[in-house]
Design a protein around this ligand. Structure first.
Ligand SMILES: [Zn+2]
Length: 71
């Protein structure tokens, strides 16, 4: 008697947040969820620079004049 057991891989693949490619989500992948060290470093760098970047948003036009109103 044979048991039909399909060999399921214990590892699964996730999408690398940095490059969007397949990344091995397993203990052997030290850079998970990233696919490689490069992607991990790249993402950390991007995250850091983005957190430090303050974008000043200027309101274009539409300046409301203060109308005090006469007596
Ligand atoms: Zn990647």
């Amino acid at each position: 008697m044979t048991q039909p057991s399909s060999p399921r891989p214990a590892t699964r693949t996730v999408r690398c947040p940095a490059c969007g490619g397949p990344s091995l989500f397993a203990p052997e992948n030290r850079f998970r969820p990233f696919c490689s060290e490069r992607c991990k470093l790249h993402d950390l760098g991007a995250w850091a620079s983005e957190s430090f970047r303050v974008e000043a948003q200027e309101s274009d036009g539409a300046e409301v004049p203060l109308d005090g109103g006469g007596p």
